[in-house]
Design a protein around this ligand. Structure first.
Ligand code: NI
Length: 141
């Protein structure tokens, strides 16, 4: 393989904060509380999320880039951050309507949106951290 055919993985991090509660509307209040505990608190709670978006590709011979990070930043900001930052994930985010806003479900929706928008390189991986100790990873499968 020629040097300019090397596959590289390039990552942009963005941050947002948002509120949510883990709550299944098909269950009673008591069932929700028993299963989700304080995560189901009806007054919600917030997190500072880190979102890592990795694009895979071969650097363009003219630009040296798999994807221009300014473009990747713009896509993530416009498609995700502006719709989710400082919002309530249960009530106020269009792409989470009707979906329990667990990090597992959030990351799958983020993938669906970004995958359709990234045309330079291919979306390879997303990581979403909710706390220092809890995060999810997704490869689109
Ligand atoms: Ni939470």
């Amino acid at each position: 393989m020629a040097d300019n055919q090397k596959i590289v993985y390039i990552t942009r991090r963005e941050r947002f904060n948002a509120a949510h509660k883990l709550y299944n509307p098909n269950w009673t209040e008591q069932e929700n509380e028993d299963f989700f505990g304080k995560c189901s608190n009806k007054y919600y709670h917030g997190h500072n999320f880190d979102l890592f978006v990795t694009v895979k590709g071969i650097a363009n011979a003219e630009t040296g880039m798999v994807i221009d990070l300014k473009l990747l930043k713009k896509i993530i900001k416009e498609e995700i951050i502006e719709k989710i930052d400082h919002r309530n994930l249960n009530e106020d985010v269009d792409f989470m309507k009707g979906i329990i806003p667990s990090i597992e479900n959030i990351i799958v929706e983020i993938w669906r949106i970004l995958d359709a928008k990234i045309v330079n390189g291919k979306l390879h991986y997303i990581k979403l951290t909710e706390t220092e100790n809890n995060f999810v990873e997704y490869y689109g499968e």
